[in-house]
Design a protein around this ligand. Structure first.
Ligand SMILES: CC(C)(COP(=O)(O)OP(=O)(O)OC[C@H]1O[C@@H](n2cnc3c(N)ncnc32)[C@H](O)[C@@H]1OP(=O)(O)O)[C@@H](O)C(=O)NCCC(=O)NCCS
Length: 155
């Protein structure tokens, strides 16, 4: 996807964007069918992540539509936060952002993340882009709440 099409732009998050990311995350969380996971993202922890680690954001006009916060360790990318604002879901926006993640990280051979077992819409998204379940952690999000470990191998 070109960097700017029909008022849509993709770029890094900047210091100060943590408030917008927090709002998007809270909205995505409250409207999600399954549990997004146990990690509660506060504005401060988001700010620290944006300062230290890479991120990608998709904007339409002035609206923040979708975000991916991740860490890179050698040839591995670990996704920490991935969400689309409910007003912008099911329009291919995360697919576009995820393609940009892969384009930007061509030296990477694996993308990895944890997912709450009840989060079926996110699981459908991850399977669509090629992730496979490689393990699970029982009680990871609390008693009886399992995390799936998902991995995408890149050639
Ligand atoms: C998962 C999520 C990021 C998908 O974002 P999105 O921008 O709506 O996704 P896209 O429109 O790019 O969807 C791409 C593909 O993913 C799959 N998909 C996305 N949402 C889906 C849903 N609710 N149900 C089934 N499949 C879905 C579809 O295959 C879709 O392709 P298609 O439209 O051609 O069928 C979004 O639902 C979200 O923010 N959920 C809450 C946050 C979350 O759970 N994050 C993951 C925590 S690890």
């Amino acid at each position: 996807m070109p960097d700017k099409v029909a008022d849509i732009s993709i770029g890094n998050l900047q210091p100060g964007d943590e408030w917008l990311v927090h709002r998007l995350w809270e909205r995505a969380n409250s409207q999600s069918q399954g549990s997004i996971g146990g990690h509660t993202w506060g504005v401060r922890s988001l700010g620290r992540h944006i300062d230290r680690d890479p991120s990608l954001a998709l904007w339409k006009g002035g609206d923040l539509c979708a975000v991916i916060l991740y860490r890179k360790q050698g040839e591995l990318v670990e996704i920490d936060l991935l969400a689309t604002d409910p007003n912008h879901q099911n329009q291919g926006k995360m697919l576009a952002l995820f393609q940009e993640l892969i384009k930007k990280n061509q030296d990477v051979n694996e993308i990895w993340l944890e997912l709450h077992e009840s989060n079926t819409s996110a699981l459908a998204f991850y399977q669509k882009v090629g992730f496979q379940k490689v393990g699970e952690r029982k009680d990871y999000y609390g008693k009886g709440e399992t995390a799936y470990l998902l991995s995408l191998t890149l050639s």
